[in-house]
Design a protein around this ligand. Structure first.
Ligand SMILES: Nc1ncnc2c1ncn2[C@@H]1O[C@H](COP(=O)(O)OP(=O)(O)OP(=O)(O)O)[C@@H](O)[C@H]1O
Length: 252
């Protein structure tokens, strides 16, 4: 997929939100866009998804199936979660099991009977992600996908991004949380002053994923130290936490 000489402004005579943007998004790539608030990340993502026409320039080679998860899911709709997702699955001709698959993977089966308008912010965000994933997208656009998600869902979204790219799909996401950086081969661009520029990788040295298990009480301090050094630690809680920790003898 290729973006050439893309310029966008919302109204005639308004300042350009995006100017002379050129991007190459090859199959199998994961691209992260960063930038200050209001710099144009969501605008760029909507143009890539085909939801907003560029004022000038072109987007070519967009895969036929596009999944788009907005930063804020519009929850003020008179449907239940199940009704909404099943309706979308039907009109997008998704697998009949897709709704069950994604609600289970995102840990939201218990929400199926709830009205969209009654959902918490994080739950509504999960519905936005689920609808984007129903159709196995060839292009997946995620606007702040990790915001407000519990750790299990965050890990699931990161795995899904990795799997879609491994199958030759294209993923583009904004991600203030930095969860995507735990994935290998993520290309980063900064959106600033209407331009979109690649961010150079800091080092040519090979990178390594280091996984550490430690008590919850010490994790916060270590994570803070790592962040102070410019790393982005990916935290996930052990499944065993909260389980019966007595020895088998004591439990009898
Ligand atoms: N529908 C719209 N009509 C007019 N202007 C808009 C519209 N949507 C966004 N803008 C303007 O375009 C600029 C870029 O907004 P955008 O939402 O793309 O930024 P962003 O980088 O995603 O911000 P944030 O990090 O806060 O989510 C802002 O000045 C915003 O006010």
């Amino acid at each position: 997929m290729r973006v050439s000489d893309l310029c966008l402004r919302y109204r005639r005579n308004d300042p350009w939100v995006l100017a002379e943007v050129a991007l190459d998004l090859p199959p199998g790539s994961v691209t992260e866009v960063v930038g200050p608030n209001g710099s144009g990340k969501s605008t760029l993502l909507r143009v890539l998804a085909g939801l907003l026409p560029p004022t000038r320039g072109t987007v070519t080679g967009r895969p036929a199936v596009v999944g788009y998860a907005p930063e804020r899911f519009p929850a003020a709709q008179p449907f239940t979660v199940a009704g909404y997702l099943r309706h979308l699955a039907a009109i997008r001709r998704a697998d009949p099991e897709a709704v069950e698959e994604w609600t289970s993977r995102l840990g939201m089966e218990h929400l199926l009977g709830q009205r969209l308008s009654d959902l918490s912010k994080g739950s509504a965000h999960k519905v936005g992600l689920a609808q984007a994933l129903l159709c196995r997208p060839g292009l997946l656009i995620l606007d702040e996908p990790f915001a407000g998600l519990d750790s299990a869902a965050r890990a699931e979204v990161a795995l899904t991004v990795d799997a879609i790219a491994a199958q030759g799909g294209i993923v583009v996401a904004s991600d203030h949380q930095g969860d995507l950086r735990a994935l290998p081969n993520v290309t980063r661009y900064e959106v600033k002053d209407a331009r979109v520029r690649p961010i150079a990788t800091e080092t040519a040295e090979p990178l390594l994923n280091l996984s550490v298990r430690l008590p919850l009480s010490r994790a916060g301090l270590l994570a803070a130290q790592l962040r102070a050094e410019g790393h982005e630690p990916l935290l996930s809680q052990d499944d065993q936490v909260g389980a019966d920790t007595r020895t088998p003898e004591a439990a009898e």
